[in-house]
Design a protein around this ligand. Structure first.
Ligand code: URA
Ligand code: SF4
Length: 183
């Protein structure tokens, strides 16, 4: 199956209740041949309206930080989220919703075959890497699972609340770029 064929299936999904309030399924965006797969938390209001991940204020900051590290979604990265539909009032996705949506993510991973998976923020890191993952302590570390390197960095929304973490996140992105190049 190609990524586009998967997208055409995914945008019809009604497996969990998040389908009820959505305007668009946010399948993902970027380069499907990328070495790096970024996994955020869930679409927000802007993403739901446009059908694209990370396009609001925090998405702009994410793009800026990745650009500073020499990475772009057009060239180096495919971006998606742990759930593809927006939770009401931007609440955290429920474990049942994330579990049902996981099948789409696993198929994306199978097709894209990333070398590195970057979890952006606590919700993603705890869902994908380790349920006890602490972003403040473990950001920028690489953990190997089944031939893929996993890492995590700060969510741009958290950086908007504490701008001191911006250079730390940019340094994580530089490490991620160097690591991808070395593989
Ligand atoms: N925050 C996320 O985690 N994902 C998006 O797509 C937008 C904002
Ligand atoms: Fe399907 Fe995922 Fe949307 Fe739930 S969040 S309806 S599982 S695509």
């Amino acid at each position: 199956m190609t990524l586009n064929e998967l997208k055409n299936e995914c945008i019809k999904c009604t497996k969990c209740p998040l389908c009820e309030g959505r305007n668009n399924v946010v399948f993902g965006d970027g380069n499907e041949n990328a070495d790096i797969l970024l996994i955020g938390e869930a679409p927000g209001a802007n993403e739901d309206l446009e059908g694209k991940p990370f396009i609001g204020r925090s998405g702009k900051l994410l793009d800026d930080m990745m650009h500073e590290a020499g990475l772009t979604r057009e060239k180096n990265i495919f971006i998606t989220n742990t759930v593809k539909c927006r939770p009401p009032e931007n609440r955290d996705p429920k474990p049942t919703e994330a579990a049902l949506c996981r099948e789409w993510l696993d198929l994306q991973i199978e097709i894209i075959k990333p070398k590195i998976i970057v979890c952006v923020g606590r919700i993603s890191a705890q869902k994908i890497i380790d349920k006890n993952f602490k972003v403040t302590q473990m950001h920028g570390e690489f953990i190997e699972k089944d031939g893929i390197l996993y890492t995590a960095t700060y969510h741009p929304a958290a950086i908007l609340r504490n701008i001191n973490n911006r250079p730390i996140a940019v340094a994580d992105w530089v490490k991620i770029k160097e690591k991808a190049k070395s593989l």
